[in-house]
Design a protein around this ligand. Structure first.
Ligand SMILES: Cc1ncc(C[n+]2csc(CCOP(=O)(O)OP(=O)(O)O)c2C)c(N)n1
Ligand SMILES: [Mg+2]
Length: 410
């Protein structure tokens, strides 16, 4: 009705959960942050949260799987970082420290969901079944994209900050339209409605300052689009700390748009999995977006081209090491009897084998010719590109003459 604001969509949320979110919205003094946490730093389980029940539904195989994924991506990340240091990759974007945020959220998605990553989501890529070698192909500069997003519903990496977020919301709005059309067709044929997928838009604390995020949140809220905004607050945007990006906790911004926002301990894989699963289910049911702020830490450099010792103190790094996501989960699995020494040894051996294979693959990648690289500028042949390729081939063949002349002269 004109002049009357539509109500915000919090009425589906049970009172107990609303109370919990409200109490978590405020920090608890003594440096204790308000956030959903199911595993503390010592791996003790908190059974008092609304989300505890989600976590309790995970089977022992699923729990071990979460550990395996986190350990695997950490090992892969270490190898990729080393490969860059040895000149085999042009650049690498380390993910160390953010494994729980990525594996927990990625494993909460369903195959039919569609995910839009930034450039650091190697852990999420693993959960979607992207062949990890494809990530290396991109960072070696021998591929313009890396993988076919249609195979895994995991979009190509986006290096322009926040540019993927309007795409994600547009995709979610497309899902709504497909669902409306399918529902209309179903009414005619009497067929059962198929559940709609949801979208996850990943972005960082720094990217949250971009106008694209604001526009995306306005559209998603207005249209109640099935999208989960997943912000990994890893405390830094290269050398700029989060407190410069925002005067309030980032998840508080959701309320201004009219949808729920919450902060989760991003180093707690069980909590991240539970809140993401909840947000996705809510989005699929037509209740609209949720903003999840996963509070975590980038343990390494921003990229291999960065030196964090120039802008942050080692005391800070040490304080976050105590909160390490993998060490914490290992303590939990051991204490609860879900995994033993043999399991951890197996996972380590698998990681080493993957690292060795990745190294071998990288060294064997063939570089495309420049002409091939240029042929992907447009989806179809383009006369200007054709002309430039022809010029380039002529230019290169000039060198070939020189080379053969030189060889002939010896
Ligand atoms: C539009 C745009 N502006 C600036 C940059 C340069 N840049 C690349 S990464 C980065 C910091 C991003 O920080 P954040 O969003 O917190 O993500 P993180 O790297 O911490 O995962 C900047 C400024 C860019 N890629 N795109
Ligand atoms: Mg950041």
């Amino acid at each position: 009705m004109a002049g009357q604001l539509p109500t915000t969509e919090f009425d589906d949320i049970p009172d107990a959960l609303l109370d919990e979110l409200e109490s978590l919205a405020h920090d608890r003094g003594e440096g204790q942050l308000g956030m959903v946490q199911l595993l503390d730093e010592d791996g003790h389980f908190n059974s008092g949260s609304h989300f505890s029940e989600h976590a309790k539904r995970l089977t022992s195989d699923e729990l071990r799987g979460l550990y395996r994924d986190m350990a695997t991506i950490r090992r892969f990340d270490a190898e990729a970082t080393a490969l860059q240091r040895q000149g085999q990759l042009a650049l690498w974007v380390p993910v160390r420290g953010q494994e729980a945020a990525q594996i927990g959220s990625g494993r909460a998605t369903r195959p039919e969901d569609y995910l839009f990553p930034t450039y650091r989501e190697h852990g999420v890529a693993l959960t979607r079944g992207v062949e990890l070698g494809e990530l290396l192909r991109l960072f070696r500069g021998v591929s313009n994209g890396g993988w076919d997003p249609r195979e895994t519903n995991f979009h190509l990496y986006t290096l322009v900050l926040a540019a993927q977020v309007p795409h994600a919301v547009g995709y979610a709005m497309g899902i709504q339209r497909d669902a409306a059309r399918a529902a209309a067709a179903g009414r005619d044929s009497g067929a059962q409605a198929v559940p709609s997928p949801a979208v996850v838009a990943y972005f960082g604390d720094g990217a949250s300052s971009e106008g694209d995020i604001h526009e995306s949140m306005v559209f998603a809220a207005s249209f109640k689009s099935p999208v989960v905004f997943f912000c990994q607050n890893n405390q830094w945007a290269i050398s700029v700390p989060t407190e410069v990006q925002s005067r309030i906790p980032l998840h508080h911004r959701a309320k201004g748009y009219g949808f729920p926002g919450l902060r989760v301990d991003g180093n707690d894989v069980l909590a991240v999995h539970a809140v993401t699963e909840w947000a996705l289910a809510r989005a699929r049911s037509g209740k609209g977006p949720v903003l999840i702020e996963a509070y975590t830490y980038r343990q390494g450099a921003h990229t291999t081209a960065d030196d964090p010792t120039k802008y942050r103190l080692s005391e800070e790094e040490q304080a976050w090491l105590v909160k390490d996501p993998i060490a914490r989960f290992e303590k939990y699995l051991r204490a609860e009897g879900y995994a033993d020494d043999a399991f951890f040894a197996d996972v380590a051996a698998e990681g080493d084998a993957l690292a060795a294979k990745s190294r071998k693959d990288v060294l064997a990648f063939e570089a495309p010719s420049l002409a091939e690289a240029m042929s992907h500028v447009y989806a179809e042949r383009h006369p200007l590109v054709e002309e430039e390729i022809a010029w380039h081939l002529g230019y290169e063949s000039g060198f070939a003459d020189d080379e053969s002349a030189k060889e002939g002269g010896h």
